[in-house]
Ligand binder design. Structure first.
Ligand code: NAD
Length: 282
């Protein structure tokens, strides 16, 4: 049976280390501050923001949540971002997605100062990631790499298959795996015969948003399976991977919940500390 990579425990461990780092920064007169902008009352967004606030509190990062009504104009939001960019006490800025339809996501992402872009979504940071430079990395992909490294799983030379090509998960996780010298295949909704790819995956990253579709039939023996999906089914959370089936064949597997989700938040904290240290050289 597979070894379970417990993201909740790993995130907890990482937060312990970060607590010390924050303490040291405070002794030097810097209190890392994360400002989260939450628009509207999407329950999932609210719960994510709440999780980010709790985790920040735990490590001593000051979190400031700005709640705005759905009716806010793009212009007003851009104005707020500009103020936050200019506020020296604010080290990290995160605008919780999705945004209301009348606001263009890309306009908002590109308005954030790249050195405060703790989500790692700004094209400058994505470009830096692609060219292998030190930068603020997107949190979920960064969390996935950290999970693999925590188990000393070798990435170099492995065939990594990524299912999903979103800008926040699929594309960047493939890039980070490539940066670690994996051979990377991307699959997506237009890929015919998904199994013909996944059965050749040493490392399989699943980010589809479809509950429990990937079972042991999709896996190579001893595959490393990272389940990014978060789906609400009958009131409980489930991943994209059929855990009970896949764990028979995988060497390593991440559960949902207690998998990638908590790691995403831990990496957000890590990015905020990095931004507070002024390590992202903008
Ligand atoms: P998305 O909807 O933007 O992308 C889904 C991707 O899956 C698309 O690129 C699509 O091409 C691909 N896909 C859909 N059906 C497919 C099929 N039948 N075969 C192959 N590929 C298919 O989603 P996203 O934002 O990348 O998120 C994916 C999942 O991960 C969601 O469940 C989301 O909730 C979850 N998520 C989790 C975290 C975390 O911290 N754990 C973070 C972000 C997203």
């Amino acid at each position: 049976a597979a070894t379970i990579i417990n993201g909740k425990e790993l995130a907890q461990e990482l937060r312990l280390g970060m607590k010390d780092e924050v303490k040291q920064l405070k002794e030097q007169g810097v209190t890392p501050q994360l400002t989260v902008v939450l628009i509207g009352d999407n329950p999932a967004s609210k719960s994510y923001v709440n999780g980010k606030r709790k985790a920040s509190d735990e490590v001593g990062i000051l979190s400031n949540i700005i709640e705005l009504p759905t009716s806010i104009t793009e212009e007003k939001l851009l104005q707020l971002i500009s103020e936050l960019n200019n506020d020296q006490d604010v080290h990290g800025i995160l605008v919780q997605l999705p945004l209301p339809e009348h606001i263009k996501e890309q306009h908002i992402i590109e308005a954030i100062d790249p050195s405060k872009d703790v989500d790692g979504f700004h094209p400058i940071n994505i470009g830096r990631m692609m060219t292998g430079q030190d930068t603020l990395l997107p949190c979920t992909p960064y969390g996935i790499i950290t999970m693999l490294q925590s188990k000393n799983i070798q990435i170099a030379g492995k065939h990594a298959v990524v299912i999903g090509r979103s800008n926040i998960v699929g594309k960047p996780v493939g890039q980070l795996l490539l940066n670690e010298n994996a051979t990377v295949t991307y699959c997506h909704s237009k890929t015919p015969d998904l199994k013909s790819y996944t059965r050749n995956a040493d490392i399989l990253i699943v980010a589809m948003g479809i509950p429990n579709v990937i079972n042991e039939d999709y896996l190579k023996d001893d595959a490393i399976v990272i389940d990014v999906g978060i789906n609400r089914v009958n009131g409980s959370l489930t991943g994209d991977v059929d855990f009970e089936s896949a764990k028979n064949k995988a060497a390593y597997i991440t559960p949902v919940p207690k998998g990638v989700g908590p790691m995403t938040i831990a990496m957000l904290l890590k990015n905020t500390i990095k931004a507070a240290k002024g390590l992202s050289d903008n």
